[in-house]
Design a protein around this ligand. Structure first.
Ligand code: GDP
Ligand code: CO
Length: 396
């Protein structure tokens, strides 16, 4: 793969935020021995470098009642050497959709000679393991794991950790283009190959997100992303005194982290999970509030933002969904200790304008799941050891 070199990096305390890098060539050909002329402007990342990283990466796929055909397409796009971890919150009662997902995955793994894990979010063993580890944040009143994509993501990170993966990445299960899925993984690996710190994150920006109304239109920015990016940048600009537009991937559902970074971040419930990761990094390592983790601060946190070639086409859930999304997303910015009263005011006005908040309504405060580092991982690991094989789709 060839991607643009890093042209520009902004620093915020010990965080290095790299400006957008575009994919220039999906396949960069054979490894050549002679030095190339384009070296300065372009990174060529060799296939074997990408494959090495893929072998150390788990891909977490959260799924809730998606069409099976979509799911099948998504898994077909995940490079062979990655470990697939599916975390499902699909219904099991009227129709056992989880069972269907499991069967689909098992058949795929049999034919492709690979291993994968699948777990249901409401699995009682998992809940027991989490309770044992003192991870009450993840559990609801009934003692099972809470609903929500981010809860599913945290379960995925835990399973990746049990499988000793160095990198953990996320890909939604409602993606229509397997080739795009494939590209996301290549991008994650390319980003990590450029990272200098063991605490790194790669966030994907879609080249286009087409809308069909009535003809295909290749939209560049989604409405929610545009708004989220703007306020996160406002928050940074306010603290540094220099206006910036560096953040372009505030809502990137498609993103990946080194396990070292994934362990130390808190996660916001629901749709706010992706912007909250950035907010937590800025709060914990921006040098304004107390440092969240000394080792990480010493190495620095590195954020890559890489733009795909493939367009992003996923399930469209309509305007109501947008409105439901924007409230939790902006409320995590609003409640950040870095947010000043002027930005808070602007956020309230925006939400009222978008009819996501009543004029006198109260901003809901985000629900945060504490970092994995703070719970008894050892306890969880020893409890899960005997149950882990039951999540594999193929008998070992
Ligand atoms: P959007 O793409 O951000 O608009 O959000 P989606 O509604 O497409 O959700 C993103 C992904 O999370 C999809 O793959 C969903 O199937 C999945 N998902 C949604 N809710 C849950 C949940 O409660 N648990 C799990 N494990 N996955 C979920
Ligand atoms: Co989606």
């Amino acid at each position: 793969m060839r991607i643009e070199s890093l042209r520009y990096t902004e620093r915020f305390g010990s965080v290095r935020i790299n400006d957008l890098q575009k994919v220039l060539e999906l396949d960069s050909g054979r490894k050549s021995e002679t030095p190339r002329k384009e070296e300065i402007a372009v990174h060529k990342i060799e296939d074997e470098v990408i494959k090495d990283i893929e072998g150390k990466m788990a891909i977490v796929i959260p799924i809730k009642d998606e069409k099976l055909k979509l799911f099948e397409g998504v898994i077909s796009g995940i490079p062979h050497d990655c470990l697939i971890i599916v975390v499902s919150n699909s219904q099991r009662k009227r129709m056992d959709r989880f069972r269907m997902e499991r069967d689909t995955l098992a058949q795929f793994c049999r034919f492709t000679q690979r291993q994968a894990l699948i777990v249901h979010q409401k699995d009682p063993q998992l809940a027991q393991g989490l309770a044992q580890a003192g991870y009450a944040d993840m559990l609801d009143k009934k003692g099972v794991v809470r609903n929500g994509k981010s809860e599913g993501m945290v379960l995925g990170i835990l399973l990746a950790m049990l499988n000793k993966k160095e990198y953990v990445a996320f890909i939604d299960s409602d993606n229509y283009i397997p080739g795009a899925v494939w590209e996301y993984v290549k991008i994650y690996a390319a980003g990590f190959s450029l990272a200098q710190s063991p605490y790194a994150m790669v966030r994907v920006l879609w080249h286009y997100k087409p809308k069909i109304s009535p003809e295909m239109y290749f939209r560049k920015w989604g409405r929610v992303s545009e708004i989220t990016n703007r306020y996160i940048n406002a928050l940074l600009s306010d603290k540094t005194g220099f206006e910036t537009e560096i953040i372009k991937t505030a809502n990137a559902g498609e993103h990946a982290m080194t396990m070292k970074l994934a362990e130390i971040l808190p996660y916001a419930s629901g749709f706010a999970v992706e912007p909250q990761e950035l907010i937590s990094i800025f709060e914990g390592f921006g040098g304004i509030l107390p440092t969240a983790n000394q080792a990480a601060a010493k190495h620095g946190i590195e954020i890559f933002q890489i733009e795909t070639r493939n367009p992003h086409l996923h399930e469209e859930r309509g305007g109501m969904h947008l409105r439901r999304m924007i409230l939790p997303v902006l409320s995590v910015i609003h409640y950040s200790a870095l947010c000043n009263s002027e930005i808070k005011q602007q956020i309230s006005e925006k939400l009222i304008e978008q009819r996501a908040l009543q004029p006198e309504g109260e901003m809901p405060s985000p629900y945060l799941i504490s970092p994995l580092k703070t719970v008894d991982i050892q306890g969880f690991t020893s409890f899960m050891k005997e149950h882990l094989p039951t999540y594999s789709v193929l008998e070992e």
